[in-house]
Write a protein that binds this ligand. Structure first.
Ligand code: ARG
Length: 473
């Protein structure tokens, strides 16, 4: 019977149609066909090398697998729900094509270690792509920081105007977030990049397989160490989604800032027609939908993380069918992160900063009050007292409807005799920004140095990206 299930030896009755539909994963795990075939080819090669199957049979198997890959790619492959998943679909097709010898591919292997391999191969690729996208986006941010060097805007805390900072400094803050995300992905990749095949169903195998050989054929620097853990472990997926959730949280916050900044109320950025949309009723509208969607899609990835954590929570060792539910969150997280990064990166190309509005926002709100307190503190007054005195000055200016820079020195002296004409060097925007020279602060010289450090890091990332892999962990 051609469509008999490969495991049906001991069964008297076939699977109920409802159960078959319910348990089939082929609809979504067919995405792993490349990895499945790549893994099988390495497994066949390793078996031939170690005399487990004859060389000519391995060649037949490998040839058949390559044909199957082409069939899938050209859309001609007959995917069948009754064969459950990608592994059995390919194995069945292999036997159809090259005869019973095709059944030898599953020697010394189980779907339990096979699926672990497929997902590790898949994630390895995805993570490398994400790291590359992160690199491009980071580079774009540094370009913007360089291009807009010198522009000052208010730094908000509690959404209230706080202190003047360089726009480039704020952009570098985004860079720092993405840099940490990149590090997390690389760290995670180290644990993804470990070869699981050979664990069999969970106890290992009686065949003289050479796991190191399979690993080197597939470019894995290491093999997993415990067969039970190997088929039980989905930490590498949890980690991937968790790192992705963190990145999405960052993209969401940046998007939120862009949404705010593009309002009439702020008016700090223009997002470009290509990345905004109109309203079907209000003709004047220009909505920041892409930024909003990135913010919204963050929720999906958090959901993916909750899903996988919950799936794994109560599972006894080792493989349980629940684990089939790991794939959709994994795919969804990877797809979402990649699409968000791609849109975000392109959107950054169209962004325009509205410097006039930034300047307007700086002109009101006593933005350099901290610099007055710092001034007094430098004359020997305890900071707490200086804060109090400055508070009174702000109150006075507010009452008079004037800004700090417009008060006369005699007015300042009403509050403290220590004020001198040089006060005005400190409370201009340039003075305020330029004096924040502490390491990591917003002074121009710091920011310039950080831009060039970031550039150098990005160049190193590019070199790293060229096919290099972190060591397996
Ligand atoms: N489709 C299965 C999964 O994704 C592959 C492993 C199944 N193993 C098993 N013994 N049913 O988890």
């Amino acid at each position: 019977m051609i469509n008999k299930k490969p495991w049906a030896g001991r069964f008297k009755k076939g699977t109920h149609k409802v159960a078959e539909k319910f348990s089939a994963s082929i609809d979504f795990d067919k995405r792993l066909y490349r990895e499945d075939i790549e893994g099988s080819i390495a497994h066949a090669g390793m078996m031939a090398e170690n005399g487990i199957i004859p060389k000519n049979e391995a060649e037949k198997i490998i040839k058949g697998l390559r044909q199957i890959e082409k069939e899938i790619e050209s859309g001609k492959f007959p995917f069948r729900e009754e064969y459950e998943d990608i592994h059995l679909n390919i194995e069945k097709r292999l036997i159809e094509k090259i005869g019973e010898v095709g059944g030898k591919i599953h020697t010394g292997r189980s779907r339990n270690d096979q699926i672990a391999l497929d997902m590790r191969l898949y994630l390895r690729r995805e993570i490398s792509e994400i790291i590359e996208l992160l690199g491009q986006t980071s580079e774009r941010i540094i370009d913007l920081a360089e291009k807009n060097f010198g522009t000052v805007l208010p730094l908000y805390t509690h959404m209230q105007r706080g202190q003047p900072v360089l726009l480039s400094h704020q952009l570098l803050a985004l860079y720092e977030m993405l840099r940490r995300d990149r590090e997390r992905y690389i760290d995670c990749l180290g644990r993804v990049n470990v070869m699981p095949l050979g664990a069999g169903a969970g106890a290992g195998t009686t065949f003289p397989i050479d796991r190191q050989h399979t690993a080197s054929l597939l470019g894995f620097p290491k093999v997993t160490r415990n067969s039970i853990d190997t088929v039980s472990d989905r930490d590498f997926i949890i980690e991937f989604i968790s790192v992705s959730a963190n990145l999405m949280m960052h993209l969401s916050r940046i998007s939120e800032e862009l949404v705010l900044w593009s309002t009439k109320e702020f008016g700090f950025v223009d997002l470009g027609d290509e990345f905004t949309t109109g309203s079907s009723i209000m003709p004047q509208k220009r909505n920041p939908d892409m930024a909003e969607l990135i913010r919204g899609k963050t929720g999906r990835v958090y959901g993916d993380l909750m899903a996988i954590l919950t799936i794994m929570k109560g599972l006894p060792f080792s493989y349980n069918r629940d684990m089939q539910e790991d794939k959709e969150p994994m795919f969804d997280a990877a797809d979402t992160v990649k699409s968000c990064l791609a849109v975000f990166h392109e959107m950054l190309h169209t962004i325009e900063f509205k410097k006039d509005n930034m300047a307007k926002a700086l002109a009101e709100g006593f933005i350099t009050a901290t610099d007055i307190a710092d001034y007094l503190t430098r004359t020997g007054m305890p900071f707490r007292q200086a804060h109090e005195v400055t508070g009174k000055i702000v109150g006075y200016a507010e009452e008079k409807g004037r800004e700090l820079i417009n008060l006369h020195i005699t007015e300042y002296r009403m509050f403290s005799k220590t004020f001198d004409e040089d006060l005005f060097d400190y409370i201009t925007l340039e003075g305020s920004v330029g004096n924040r020279k502490s390491y990591g602060g917003t002074a121009g010289e710091n920011v310039e140095r950080m831009i060039s450090e970031a550039r150098q890091e990005i160049e190193e990332w590019k070199e790293w990206g060229q096919g290099s892999q972190p060591p397996g962990k």
